[in-house]
Structure formats: structure tokens, C-alpha cells
Ligand binder design. Structure first.
Ligand code: ZN
Length: 382
């Protein structure tokens, strides 16, 4: 496959247009105005298998990831059963073998995500875990977290923390307390590597910046929805805008955008959290989460983030955090295509998004993984 006049995305932004040959069996493409990027890597997704096929399966999740431009995806451990043993990790990897994109798995940090006994980090790593995380829960006290970090540091695996102290609910204090606790734990185990998931508050950013200045191995992520939406979305969308951590204020959104650009926040991760319609109906009992794979790239491109920031946040640093090399997978982006979000057309089983009808500019046109075209969007007429 030859791409004519394509601009390539790298650490310094976009190259001048040139012709590029890819080892893929596919017709040539006039890529004038299009951007060729290494496949994006999503450090944070819920693929719901095993246990919740009504929400997503590995197959539907991987198809949605491909449509969103993610060729590498890390699946969280809050499945049924929880991925907290080497056998379960190996079973997940066996199920994921023939998917269109590369799906990796975290092992739970504590047994059953209960925040009490650390899992066997060495065995999980040997089985193929790429990180450790209790994501979805945060029931650890400081002492337990320090112990879990010590186990993890023996393996070199990063620990991904869902910083939301369960005992404090979803108030801002819950996130600030958990970020403070995580940094305090890392100070006690400076050989560990700690990553803060879905940071949502401006007030958390100075703590993260200070820990980084102090030389701690701390990284942080933000989701596309926390870069876009405020608590106003709850009034309009009700349960569809219910997510953990909650959508915050305009000032938080502005601060998060600035922190992503200045590097206080290292990466963007989707926290793709698909649910069936019934789980999102009732305001009181609705499950938290947003189906994120298929809107992420459009949301980020619409923000017109500098290209080197997109490369760092979606290509380079997610892999650096995992300690894995860039895979030879590619996506072709049309930064000018405008489109409206239509969840009925998602490949994910989760159509739960508060972005319905929003016009985005920028879309993933083609995704190439394992030297195959695994996604090819129809080109709009006119
Ligand atoms: Zn989480």
C-alpha cells in the first residue's frame, strides 16, 4: 500500500507531505491532507470479558478500539472473576490472541480489588501482566499501598492508581486525598513506578507537579471526557454523563488542558467503560462510565492540541510507562473531517456517551495492525 503525499506524525509534530510505502495488501491511497501516525496506545480500558458480555466482549471492544485508532489497549482487572491470579491472566491472554488489535492486561494490585492482601506480582508478571491496578476500586490504606508498591517494585511493573478514596465518595476531597496518599506511598518506596489514572481536578495538579520536581517516578493521565465536559453535562444527559471521577467545573477542564500541554499530565487514556442501556437508565442506580474508544481521537483532534503533545500523550508515553516498544502499527487520520457522534453506529456494545450529536473535527480513517487493515471508515460524500 502506497500513501501519496501523507504527513507523518512524530515527536516533533508533522513532516512535510511525502509518499510512504506500508507493507500492507491494500489499494494505494491519495493521502493529501491526511496524517500517518503510529497506532495509538490506550493505557486504560474496560473490556468486560470475562463476566459482562451484555456490556462488551474482547471482540467488540477490540473492534471499537481499532475504529478509534488504538492498536494497543490495556484492559483493567475488574472483570468477573477479577484478574488477580496468574492463571486468570493467562486465560485472558489466550482469549485475546486473535483480536484485530493488541490487547494487554493488568493484574489486580490486591486480591479481589479489596485493598487488603497484595496479589502475587511476580507470578502475574510472569503470566504476562503489563501493570498492576485495582482500577474501579480504591480501598487501600496507606500502609497497604506501601506494601503493594514494595511487591510491585520487585517486578518493575507500573502501578496504576484509581485515585478516589472510597470512604469519601466522589467528592473532590476523595480524589485529593487519594492523590496525596499515592504520592506519600511513592515517597516511601521510591523504586516503585506509580501512575495516576483519570486525574480530574485542578487542585490535584500542583501535588503531581511537585512530586515530579522531587524526582519521583510518577506519571498521570487525563480522559478525553474530562478535557471536554463539565458537570453541566449531567443536567443535560443525566445517567449518561455519570462517570468516576465525576465531571467537574470549567476551571478544572481548563487546568487539565493546560497540564496536558505543559507535561504535568503525561498521557490521555480513554477509561473506555461500556454499559448496556439498562445499566444507564436510572439516575440513582446508573453504573458510572462512558464508552470512549470511538470518540477519543475526534475529541482530542477537535481541541487542536499541538501535534507533539498528541504524539507524546497517545503514542510515546503510554508505551514508555509500560516499558514496551512502539509496535509497527499505523493509523491514518483525517484532521479535517467533521462528523457527528452517533452511538448507534459504534462497534462497541456500549452506546453510553454524553457526546451524542456533538460535531467533531478529525477522524481516524484507516487502522493497520499486524500488517492488516483492521478498520477502514467510509469516506463521506461531498
Ligand atoms: Zn478508574
Amino acid at each position: 500500500m502506497r500513501l501519496h503525499r501523507v504527513q507523518a506524525l512524530g515527536p516533533n509534530g508533522l513532516t512535510e507531505p511525502r509518499d510512504v510505502d506500508l507493507p500492507v495488501d491494500h489499494a494505494d491511497v491519495d493521502a493529501t491532507g491526511l496524517v500517518l501516525s503510529p497506532g495509538w496506545c490506550d493505557l486504560h480500558a474496560h473490556l468486560r470479558e470475562p463476566g459482562f458480555p451484555e456490556k462488551e466482549t474482547l471482540a467488540t471492544g477490540a473492534a471499537a478500539a481499532a475504529a478509534g485508532g488504538f492498536t494497543q489497549v490495556v484492559a483493567m482487572a475488574n472483570t468477573q472473576p477479577v484478574t488477580d491470579t496468574a492463571d486468570r491472566l493467562r486465560a485472558n491472554l489466550a482469549r485475546a490472541r486473535d483480536l484485530p488489535v493488541r490487547v494487554m492486561f493488568v493484574g489486580a494490585l490486591t486480591e479481589g480489588l479489596e485493598g487488603r492482601r497484595p496479589t502475587d506480582a511476580v507470578a502475574l508478571q510472569a503470566a504476562g501482566a503489563v501493570a498492576l491496578s485495582d482500577d474501579g476500586r480504591h480501598a487501600l490504606d496507606l500502609q497497604t499501598l506501601v506494601g503493594a508498591l514494595q511487591h510491585a517494585s520487585a517486578t518493575g511493573l507500573p502501578v496504576l492508581i484509581h485515585p478516589q478514596d472510597e470512604s469519601l465518595g466522589s467528592q473532590p476531597e476523595a480524589e485529593l486525598a487519594a492523590v496525596e496518599q499515592a504520592v506519600a506511598a511513592l515517597r516511601q518506596v521510591p523504586r516503585a513506578r506509580l501512575h495516576l489514572q483519570h486525574v480530574s481536578l485542578a487542585a490535584a495538579l500542583p501535588m503531581i507537579a511537585k512530586a515530579k520536581r522531587d524526582g519521583l517516578a510518577l506519571t498521570a493521565e487525563v480522559t478525553p471526557h474530562h478535557l471536554w465536559l463539565t458537570e453541566d453535562a449531567l443536567r443535560r444527559w443525566g445517567p449518561l454523563a455519570k462517570v468516576n471521577p465525576p465531571l467537574r467545573t470549567e476551571a478544572d477542564v481548563a487546568a487539565l488542558r493546560g497540564a496536558l500541554i505543559d507535561g504535568t499530565i503525561d498521557i490521555v487514556a480513554t477509561d473506555h467503560a461500556p454499559h448496556q442501556a439498562a445499566a444507564k437508565r436510572d439516575a440513582e442506580t446508573a453504573a458510572p462510565g462512558i464508552s470512549g474508544f470511538e470518540t477519543a481521537a475526534g475529541m482530542l483532534l477537535t481541541l487542536r492540541l499541538p501535534w507533539p503533545v498528541l504524539y507524546r500523550a497517545c503514542v510515546a508515553l503510554p508505551r514508555a510507562i509500560l516499558g514496551i516498544p512502539l509496535s509497527p502499527d499505523w493509523i491514518l487520520i483525517d484532521p479535517a473531517e467533521t462528523w457527528a457522534v452517533e452511538p448507534d453506529r459504534f462497534l462497541s456494545r456500549g452506546r453510553n456517551t454524553p457526546m451524542t450529536g456533538t460535531r467533531l473535527s478529525g477522524r481516524v480513517r484507516i487502522t493497520i495492525c499486524h500488517d492488516r487493515v483492521v478498520h477502514h471508515a467510509e469516506v463521506p460524500v461531498g
